[in-house]
Unconditional design. Structure first.
Length: 349
């Protein structure tokens, strides 16, 4: 298959990658967006779609999935083309100075510039380490909450001592859902306020807390007809607890991995791509990096920072693609050119 000719390829469809589409679109530059996940949104959609975010400018509170939906709506006038569900496997410079990009689905691109907005890279959850767990993953054993309402009223066992585990323990137990919380030790990594809330719910009889580890699963049936009925937990004192459950949630954190990015010949520092703060360009001219994947002096891994980086990177990308073109800073409030690109009502006036 002939490669798709693209002005810009953006690797990563999280908040920074989606806002990069918008900033490039304002400058009249189109983009193809690639992501290994099957839907746009990155970690926001994959890990905490229902969690509130409080530090997005002008939005006092915004759900993570809501933020992704708003970014997709904002980028819509620029018609980005998405290629999802396949990891980018190849990135190299062509003799022409353009870039060859190919994903594991076999789709290849000939791009004028590349933006890597891959967050922390590819990531895998730390799994529940009991025999037979893999057969129930995605059905009755979960490593994230996709739709909170689906589990209300179900018998839940939640493992973990970090913020994600405690947040969901408090969320479900606080709404009357039967919850057993299991953590391997007395100390927690979660915020003290979350631990205090969990302890208060435990004292009120709204949940049961066990200090221990999962030892085995209670399963009925076999093969495709097998159903998870519960889990045996071994307490730190050696006691055994047979806990009935409809669903198990394990929040043991993630294994962030750069994956193929580490093999692309880009300068790295502590598993992040080094960039300058004027262009957010990597060590290879024409390849840029925005969001959590990059590093520079003073770097802060905030969504807000990724938005700032995408704005400056867009101008650098425009200059890289069209060095002879003079750059003018135009404002979306007053520029007829911007209005036309955005498709707003003033475009016809």
């Amino acid at each position: 298959m002939n490669p798709i000719i693209a002005e810009v390829v953006i690797i990563g469809a999280g908040p920074a990658g989606l806002f990069q589409v918008f900033e490039l679109g304002l400058l009249g530059i189109s983009a193809h967006v690639l992501d290994s996940l099957k839907v746009p949104g990155g970690q926001c959609a994959e890990l905490y779609p229902d969690k509130p975010i409080y530090d997005i400018p002008a939005l006092p509170v915004c759900g993570a999935q809501e933020l992704i939906d708003r970014l997709l709506q904002q980028a819509q006038p620029f018609h980005p083309q998405f290629h999802l569900g396949a990891e980018v496997a190849e990135l190299r410079v062509l003799e022409s100075g353009r870039f060859h990009v190919k994903n594991t689905a076999g789709t290849s691109f000939d791009a004028g510039a590349v933006v890597i907005a891959a967050g922390v890279g590819s990531f895998q959850p730390r799994r529940l380490g009991v025999e037979g767990a893999e057969a129930f993953e995605g059905r009755q054993i979960h490593y994230r909450v996709r739709s909170a309402a689906d589990y209300l009223g179900k018998r839940l066992v939640i493992f973990g001592g970090g913020d994600s585990a405690l947040d969901w323990v408090n969320e479900y137990a606080g709404k009357g859902t039967p919850v057993v919380h299991v953590h391997r030790r007395a100390e927690f990594r979660a915020a003290p306020a979350s631990v205090a809330s969990m302890r208060a719910l435990e004292a009120a009889g709204a949940l049961r807390h066990i200090e221990g580890l999962a030892q085995s699963l209670h399963v009925e049936g076999s093969g495709a007809d097998a159903v998870l009925r519960g889990v045996r937990v071994k307490g730190r004192d050696g006691s055994l607890h047979d806990v009935e459950a409809d669903h198990l949630f394990a929040f043991f954190g993630l294994h962030p991995k750069l994956g193929p990015i580490a093999e692309w010949g880009l300068e790295l520092e502590k598993k992040a791509l080094k960039v300058d703060t004027g262009k957010f360009q990597t060590s290879v001219p024409g390849i840029f990096a925005v969001g959590d994947i990059n590093t520079y002096p003073g770097k802060k891994k905030l969504i807000l920072s990724g938005f700032h980086e995408a704005a400056l990177a867009a101008f650098a990308i425009q200059h890289h693609l069209y060095p002879e073109k003079k750059q003018f800073l135009q404002y979306t409030t007053t520029s007829p050119v911007m209005h036309k690109r955005l498709g707003v009502a003033e475009a016809g006036s």
